[in-house]
Write a protein that binds this ligand. Structure first.
Ligand code: PLP
Length: 372
């Protein structure tokens, strides 16, 4: 199996599995209990927190662990609205955000929050003059992701954060696809990350919060995480996220250079007849989302069972609905259906990527001949 679906999830790093192992088996203590074992577990959680904060690289805030980035996103948005009360009630976001943001905003709209969804250009980028216009009215929160999960296109987060702050608003950034892959942009007040996109375990994420910008709690209970996010922490998962973050931080240049090489090799192996979806300059190169006229992407995936790749986002695949991101770029139904996403990274070898791309190209040409 050649795995080319790095945006959906990434393989667990061996170093991470090793770091987690004792906390899964013999070191089972509750990190919130006062015994010596409990203290040891709590200490491991705090070391992990420091690794995550260092890898995030932003100053003046701290991290709380969550059960996923989806939870961190729900918490950031709903908790910020709740904390603000009635003073400001507008939230601005973008049409190409992940469902975790868009669906939370949709729910907020049912709670009398005034939600504005900004369009993107055909390159997938936000037009900042549109944002400037919207910022004139009583905005509480601006939510924009750094790297898009479907097309890899990046947004100018620092500029957006500055504009939001000038208008008295806060800025939330979904950095799930950026964290551990590229440097995170300075400026946001709240940042969501996930472990399983950076070779860590599934079932854990984190919310970085600038001091003073902590959202009201979403989950109530035992008062863990400074009474902001209740629930017993899993030392194994926290240690796993910490180890994955540390590794990503240490290997940042190596992983980045590897991805740059893979991107070039993939394009060369695919050959002519493909169009990259979204900006070719403002993007993360471990995400190659492209289309080919007349291609049936779903058929291609079914024909190539030993290569794992995707039609768009993992959530949208299989639903039969064309991706909301590709539609936001202005692609029609046929163009969206003819698009595939190849995601690669640290453990992808150039040889396997080139093999897979050559086979994808051959299958695509065979489809054309069959359909002619
Ligand atoms: N945001 C983006 C951009 C993502 O790609 C994902 C995962 O697909 C999420 C949020 C949700 O992350 P998690 O799986 O940790 O809930």
């Amino acid at each position: 199996m050649i795995y080319l679906d790095y945006q959906a999830t990434t393989p667990l790093a061996p170093e991470v599995a090793k770091a987690m192992q004792p906390w899964i088996e013999e070191r089972f203590a509750n990190p919130h209990s006062p015994s010596r074992w409990g203290h040891e577990a709590a200490a491991a959680v705090e070391v992990a927190r420091k690794h995550v904060e260092k890898a995030i690289g932003l100053k003046g805030g701290s991290v709380a662990f969550t059960g996923s980035a989806t939870e961190a996103i729900n918490w950031a948005l709903k908790g910020t609205v709740e904390k603000a009360g009635k003073s400001r009630n507008r939230v601005i976001t973008v049409a190409t955000e992940h469902a975790a943001v868009l669906d939370t905003c949709e729910w907020l709209a049912t709670q009398r929050v005034d939600v504005t969804l900004l369009p993107v250009g055909s390159d997938g980028r936000l037009d900042l003059s549109l944002l400037a216009r919207e910022l004139e009215r009583n905005v509480l929160l601006v939510c924009v992701m750094q790297v898009n999960n479907e097309i890899g296109v990046t947004q100018p987060i620092s500029e957006i954060a500055e504009m939001a702050h000038d208008a008295g608003a806060l800025m939330f950034c979904d950095a799930v696809q950026a964290f551990g892959r590229v440097e995170l942009c300075k400026g946001p007040d709240l940042v969501a990350v996930s472990a399983h996109k950076i070779h860590g375990p599934k079932g854990i994420g984190a919310l970085w919060m600038r001091k003073g910008c902590e959202p009201a709690p979403l989950i109530h209970g035992g008062g863990q995480e400074q009474a902001l996010r209740s629930g017993t922490l899993s030392p194994a998962l926290c240690v796993g996220l910490g180890a994955a973050a540390k590794l990503a931080d240490e290997r940042a240049t190596r992983d980045y250079d590897h991805v740059q090489k893979l991107w070039k090799a993939a394009l060369q192996a695919l050959g002519h007849g493909w169009t990259i979806n979204g900006s070719t300059t403002h993007r993360y190169h471990g995400n190659l989302n492209l289309r080919r006229e007349g291609l049936d992407g779903a058929r291609l995936i079914a024909d190539m069972r030993d290569v794992a790749f995707s039609l768009g986002s993992a959530c949208a695949s299989g639903s039969g609905r064309p991706s909301h991101v590709l539609r936001a770029l202005g692609l029609d139904y046929k163009q969206a259906r003819s698009s595939i996403r190849l995601g690669f990274g640290r453990y992808t070898t150039q040889q396997e990527l080139v093999d897979a791309c050559r086979r994808i190209a051959a299958h695509a040409i065979a489809q054309e001949k069959l359909d002619a």
